[in-house]
Design a protein around this ligand. Structure first.
Ligand code: NAD
Length: 296
């Protein structure tokens, strides 16, 4: 289980920096050693907060950040920007290298530029010792599969494609990534949808998916089961992911999510959840720009 630091930048709600630091320390104390951030999250706030919170413990963790995405509509996958971006990230993260570096949300970039310019730039950063492994992230599986196949990255980060609401990661990406490419599965709560608080206002999922998720939350509530714990356990049981990344913003959430490690899913409850989600299963939403001559 990895710590997703998007919430540390206030992606879901404004958060208290002291509480954020306490969440990171609680995670490390309990053995969580994988942290994912990006300059995009809170327009660098997540990186700064994570860097501060990791002071003195950097060598105990696997640290991942990204480049290429800097705002809702701000992207730059050029080699020059990738090179300056990592140096800026390293300063904010107070370290001389990250373990993983990702080209962030590549479906918003030009595919050929990502393949011929961005990935080679990431490899140069790796050769310079500033990143140990390089990868790509994004929503549309066909894009990730294509770039993983042609770009020969070390790993892929996929989100909202394997959790209680959706399981198409299996059919599309796994056959491509195989054994030599790491697979990180992010957003086990479908970006907050599988929680009592429900999805944030900006959540891009279609309305019927949100309604089905709300029924799943109600069902779990009526059975006295914490929906987030069950949803996280479901993803932890997925054998093909190197890591499951869940976003966390405070110590209580870290402690609650750790309970998922011992939680056992009742198969009857899972079958009932399956009946609720069946009509919207594998329904996603569009993301990115259409490519010249694209098949996807
Ligand atoms: P998520 O599904 O992990 O949901 C996070 C939300 O659920 C946050 O609001 C969090 O505070 C809340 N939450 C967490 N545990 C809870 C609990 N036990 N009870 C109630 N609420 C709880 O979605 P996410 O944060 O978007 O995804 C996880 C991480 O994966 C991100 O933080 C980010 O690091 C990474 N990610 C990367 C990309 C990308 O590269 N394109 C996309 C999505 C996610």
């Amino acid at each position: 289980m990895g710590f997703g630091a998007a919430p540390l930048g206030g992606a879901y709600e404004p958060i208290d920096p002291v509480e954020a630091a306490s969440a990171v320390r609680a995670a490390i104390d309990h053995g969580i050693n994988f942290f994912d951030t990006s300059p995009y999250y809170g327009e660098t706030l997540s990186e700064t907060r994570l860097g501060d919170a990791l002071l003195g413990t950097r060598d105990k963790v696997i640290l991942c950040t990204k480049c290429g995405r800097y705002g809702l509509d701000s992207f730059d996958f050029s080699a020059a920007r990738v090179a300056s971006s990592i140096d800026e990230s390293l300063k904010r993260l107070r370290t001389d290298h990250v373990d993983l570096l990702i080209a962030h949300d590549i479906e918003f970039g030009d595919r050929e530029q990502v393949l011929t310019e961005t990935i080679p730039a990431l490899r140069r950063i790796q050769e310079a010792g500033k990143a140990r492994f390089i990868g790509v992230s994004g929503l549309p599986l066909a894009v990730l599969a294509d770039v993983a196949r042609r770009g020969q990255v070390d790993f892929v980060l996929s989100y909202c494609h394997y959790n209680l609401m959706i399981e198409d990661l299996d059919q599309v990406l796994r056959p491509v990534t195989g054994n030599n490419v790491g697979l990180i599965n992010a957003s086990p709560l479908h970006m907050g949808m599988l929680t009592l608080a429900g999805p944030p206002a900006w959540h891009p999922a279609p309305e019927d998916v949100k309604q089905a998720a709300a029924r799943v939350v109600q069902l779990c509530e009526s059975r006295g089961v914490d929906v987030a714990t069950l949803a996280l356990r479901f993803c932890l049981d997925y054998p093909y992911a190197s890591s499951t990344l869940v976003g966390m913003s405070n110590r209580a959430q870290v402690e609650r999510n750790l309970k998922a490690l011992e939680f056992i899913i009742d198969p009857d409850l899972l079958a009932e959840i399956g009946q609720i989600t069946a009509p919207v299963k594998d329904k996603t939403w569009p993301s990115g720009v259409r490519q010249k001559n694209a098949q996807d």
